[in-house]
Design a protein around this ligand. Sequence first.
Ligand code: ATP
Ligand code: MG
Length: 563
Amino acid sequence: MEENNEKQLNFLEEIIERGLKEGTYKSILTRFPPEPNGYLHIGHAKSICLNFGLAKKYGGKTNLRFDDTNPVKEDTEYVESIQNDIRWLGFEWAGIHYASDYFEQLYEWAEVLIKKGKAYVDDQSLEEIRQNRGTVTSPGVNSPYRDRTVEENLDLFRRMRAGEFADGSRVLRAKIDMSHPNMMFRDPIMYRILKADHHRTGSKWCIYPMYDYAHGQSDSIENITHSICTLEFDIHRPLYDWFIEQLGIFPSHQYEFARLNIDYTVMSKRKLLQLVKEGYVSGWDDPRMPTICGFRRRGYTPESIRAFCERIGVAKRDNIISYSLLEFSLREHLNKVAQRRMAVLDPVKLVIDNYPEGKEELLRAVNNPENEADGTREVPFGRELWIEREDFMENPPKKYFRLSPGTEVRLRYAYFVTAQSVEKDADGNITCIHCTYDPATRGGDAPDGRKVKGTIHWVSARNAVDAEVRLFDRLFAVEDPNEAAEGKTFLDNLNPDSLRVLKNCKIEPCIVEDVKEGVVENGVAAPHRFQFERMGYFCTDPDSSAEHLVFNRSCTLKEVKWN
Ligand code: ATP
Ligand code: MG
């Protein structure tokens, strides 16, 4: 973790600075190229921070490009959510593009390659093509259709486009080398027939370009200088260069970095989609999901996610980052910006027997000790309060400094109280704690200088606002949920106790005003965030209404150690 200002350049910054110095390019243009087949996750956030961050640092620009070459899985819902999430993270794209806008150009270039004798129509089935590709240790076998004439190839390719052939009956392949040591060069498929409607081009096309043919050419069309992608694409890079070279178009270059993996989390869109579709979570934005909208609903701030991405840096080697580093980044930011409120999650009644019946006073509380400008507020206090059930013990062990019979503690911002007796129900559960208070300790200090060891929070019973609070644990119970035992799937690794709902929480009354108006953050609706003193950071959930407040716990105040 580099924290000083004299940061070492990462390998991408080194490459960019060298290129700028040598005049390879005057300014840089990066792109973020999501496929609109799901919601963005925290791995994408890393790629976003990197692409937009580098451009920003070097005075360049970043395009948003939807890599929408696979009509079957893509949808406008995803296109919109992706834009929302990027904006919310605090980034603005220079241009917004769609690979599908380039279909005509890509098609024309395919004809160029056919005319150069660099591409051919293959009638083999996909299965035959796969079998004839050979292996890493043995060469492939040429297709019997490999030596078709340019005329025949052009004719067949045009008829593929015209819809004359069935799905899967023919493909267009680049003609490179069936015994090339890099399997990517063994006549890669450029186009397939797929009679499916596309979310933007409708039924205009029935042939669609493959990733390797579409991606580099799209970069080139936009004059992208640095096409940054994850490590598994390094074996694709020579092919990326080959197409650009054959076509003699703008020389974009591809660079690879290690993808982000986080423990106790799955990050593949396919798996996330399955969690949503099969109802294991409430939606893409379930606060337990590693999606950007899930983190937003959980109470994460754009600043905390950007700080996290900055902290993990860019590497050339895959590794697994601890989820607690995300929470660390969140706490660090919320500690500075979240206003403090008092809320009792598991309430038990506390009655101050010597406090005048019917009396109510307003006590002054600090909104945020980290930021004086946030000022103070008044909190109503009375004879009957709610306190946290775990803040009282009838028979406390040693070193229990909270309330117990005969001990004196401080009620935050209020008075010293001493527990005297308890009332219980038929099952022996405490229903009410009786105590006495010392009127001289108003504000929380004793004039005679005597000290107490514990301070607990409280909410005035007469003024308390009821709320539901949702507490979250990790969605998965094991460090790498992708590793499933034989006959099991990642779903068997789900944590059955990842959600706990508390229905009877009590919050100080100002919360009603606090949450009245919606929050818009970087143009996107976001929750209200608070620190509930001693209990953690919390935020409003969209399930809230004026009559029924719902809060999510974003994280605890301190790191919780897992097993
Ligand atoms: P998934 O495997 O989850 O479906 P993907 O890579 O297919 O992800 P894309 O929409 O194609 O998803 O990704 C858009 C960009 O985000 C790509 O440049 C990709 O490299 C990057 N990206 C995706 N996942 C991660 C990750 N875990 N860490 C860093 N970058 C990622
Ligand atoms: Mg992808």
